[in-house]
Ligand binder design. Structure first.
Ligand SMILES: NC(=O)c1ccc[n+]([C@@H]2O[C@H](COP(=O)([O-])OP(=O)(O)OC[C@H]3O[C@@H](n4cnc5c(N)ncnc54)[C@H](OP(=O)(O)O)[C@@H]3O)[C@@H](O)[C@H]2O)c1
Length: 280
């Protein structure tokens, strides 16, 4: 088993591992096997969502792993079609039934869907579900400063986590600064750019060669040194272990800066701008 990832303390006092395991596209029996192995290799945080349609597989992997529930940190996300208050409460309960769990460590609003404009209502449902004990920490995903400002103004409760697209082509300097100013922990989704062209970047390949690490490890280490959490997905035993083994080396300021320079104005993987893009 690999080393366990360190934890940090969220603004609500709960602890979260800085490395988690992404479960998007890991479905059914084969997905369940991969997730079980990831837990056995040392992952403690599992990142799921109602829309991944694999809460059953994740729940089953948790049981097969035989890890005590308290050793694990389980996240799921509320889809856009269930932002209305009563629907949101029922959706959280249904997620728990599918996973066969009593509580989530973290539940996020998956996308703000600002044209629908029900995300404040969804946030009130998460606040209530936290009070009922269904969720330990509540957070958001893909929220821009204007969306979080509204949550704060209308409910007085700030998210503990904002999970956003973040990789070397889209490094989110301003959103990271905003989150840090509000004491919100930023977590990076698609931290490897979903294995896109970023893995071929000569600058990162050179750093990997010098450090005798894989390109994936260099990118993930850069993210940890930016101060964000990461949730890489891998079906491979080798890459699952590599993605956890990020603590026996570090990047110099100059190496960090070289990777910072790869940021692009249109660096999103699929052009999903939360100000416009909606997901249900
Ligand atoms: N909140 C949101 O809106 C949102 C959106 C997207 C994703 N997410 C979450 O974020 C998680 C991670 O994002 P993602 O799955 O989109 O992409 P990702 O983790 O950036 O990339 C996964 C891809 O990278 C490959 N890979 C993994 N480790 C590698 C390494 N060390 N070297 C080279 N290639 C490597 C994987 O292939 P192998 O499997 O073959 O290793 C897979 O093709 C998701 O699973 C999901 O939980 C959230």
């Amino acid at each position: 088993m690999g080393k366990l990832a360190p934890e940090i303390t969220l603004n609500d006092g709960n602890q979260i591992p800085v490395i988690g395991f992404g479960t998007y596209l890991l479905n059914g029996a084969s997905g369940c096997n991969v997730i079980t192995q990831a837990i056995q290799r040392g992952y403690r945080l599992l990142d799921d969502a109602v829309n991944y349609e694999n809460e059953g597989a994740v729940g089953e992997a948790i049981r097969r792993s035989q890890q005590p529930r308290s050793n694990l940190f389980v996240t799921s996300k509320l889809p856009g079609r269930h932002h209305q208050y009563q629907a949101a409460i029922a959706t959280i309960q249904e997620s728990l039934f599918r996973m066969k769990l009593d509580y989530f460590d973290l539940y996020l609003i998956h996308w703000p869907n600002p044209r629908e404009d029900h995300y404040v209502e969804a946030w009130q449902a998460l606040i209530a579900a936290q009070k009922f004990g269904l969720i330990r920490s509540i957070g958001v995903s893909n929220f821009l400063p204007e969306h979080i400002d509204r949550l704060e103004k209308e409910t007085g409760v700030l998210p503990a986590v904002n999970q956003i697209e973040l990789h070397p082509y889209w490094s989110q300097k301003q959103q990271r600064q905003y989150d840090a100013d509000k004491n919100i922990f930023t977590q990076a989704w698609s931290p490897l750019g979903r294995a896109s062209a970023v893995l071929q970047e000569p600058v990162i390949q050179q750093i990997a060669k010098n450090q005798q690490k894989s390109v994936g490890q260099i990118i993930l280490r850069w993210e940890l040194q930016l101060g964000v959490g990461i949730i890489p997905k891998s079906s491979s035993a080798k890459r699952q272990s590599d993605n956890l083994n990020l603590f026996d080396f570090s990047l110099s300021n100059s190496e960090m800066e070289q990777i910072n320079q790869l940021d692009r104005p249109n660096g999103r993987n699929k052009n999903q701008d939360p100000a416009i893009y909606q997901e249900f």
